[in-house]
Write a protein that binds this ligand. Sequence first.
Ligand SMILES: NC(=O)CC[C@H](N)C(=O)O
Length: 179
Amino acid sequence: HVFVDYFSSDCLQEPRVFNPSGSLRITVVDCGIKYNQIRCLAERGACVTVVPWDHPLDSKDYDGLFISNGPGDPLLCKATINNMRKVVCVDHPKPVFGICLGHQLLSLVIGSKTFKMKYGNRGHNQPCIHKGTGRCYITSQNHGFAVDPDSLPADWDVLFTNANDHTNEGIVHNTKPLF
Ligand SMILES: NC(=O)CC[C@H](N)C(=O)O
């Protein structure tokens, strides 16, 4: 019920399609999304269907599934986690990608752990290092929880790490299109 209080008033109540003439079909789970994320997908030619946070997920409906940002403790998002598990924890999943809360939810779906940070990261110019290339990306952030990279299951790897506080900024599966 806490989760309902968080999300129900600000999120979409029913699915809504943006850029219907787009080719790739992206389903976006709205846990508190910003329009810029929808614009970024639409600008790249996607037909974007935004669905409410508790919408049942069926991989036949999309070519890729995007999980949005959102407020609060990811552990409270039980309905979204359970819906995601059905399309993530399979042998041949279609691509699933999350940012912010979506990244935290994907981590919980695969059995990884999240924790409350002492201060959180709230502001811009947070340097994130891409594992493999060592390239640094400057990001803007607003979060109080983080993923524990030591809790990642086998077959998963760290994708980005914060160069300031060394918190996890991204994960990726070694063979499946999940990140
Ligand atoms: N930016 C976000 O999506 C916030 C993520 C999460 N709710 C946190 O505070 O850690």
